[in-house]
Design a protein around this ligand. Sequence first.
Ligand SMILES: O=C(O)C(=O)C[C@H](O)[C@H](O)COP(=O)(O)O
Length: 214
Amino acid sequence: MSINYDFITAAPVVPVLVIDDLDTAIPMAEALVAGGLPALEITLRTDCALDAIERIAKAVPNAIVGAGTVCNGDQLRACRDRGAQFIVSPGSSQSIFDAAKETALPLLPGVSSASEMIAAMDAGYEILKFFPAEANGGAKALKAYSGPFPHVKFCPTGGISPNNLKDYLSLPAVIAVGGSWITPKHAIQSRNWDAIRQLAAEAVVLASDIVAAA
Ligand SMILES: O=C(O)C(=O)C[C@H](O)[C@H](O)COP(=O)(O)O
């Protein structure tokens, strides 16, 4: 199975977006792209998430728009219909795997145990979202999983911030991390897009320094 992983190799950090107000979708996406983070995970946690995906897909050509919090095949197909270019799921299921194959959309399946990793590998996936990373043992756990699963790469998400970014990105098995620290609620509410652009740019510099030193 050949999967287009451009979304995960584009930058070492995938911002996780919770969009409550549709009018914030485009300026927020533009700020993140301008800061150097083009791959965006729009969570399906809010009523306007699908509309936000569609707007960004149409209006921000340099963004790689993805959908997050995808929990079944129907949701995955709905995201495809709105222009999502990749799919992230907090966990995995046969319905998600089947819909990803049917739509040919790249999927980053969520896993949090060795059995789930084996099931995802059986379905053809070797880049997995380790979620929720910090609550599941963090970088220490990921290091341990790399023993039995040396070919698997991870995008850990959940509880990651500039304070512990190094723990993850310095592991060879970690290809990128996901996180919401780049889009803080207060910055969105005050429409402070420059602050978000700056947080993205800082994340890029920090991540590049970590990867270069590893
Ligand atoms: O909604 C989903 O699909 C998720 O998988 C959850 C998000 O990826 C994490 O909640 C982000 O974690 P924080 O960076 O700690 O906020």
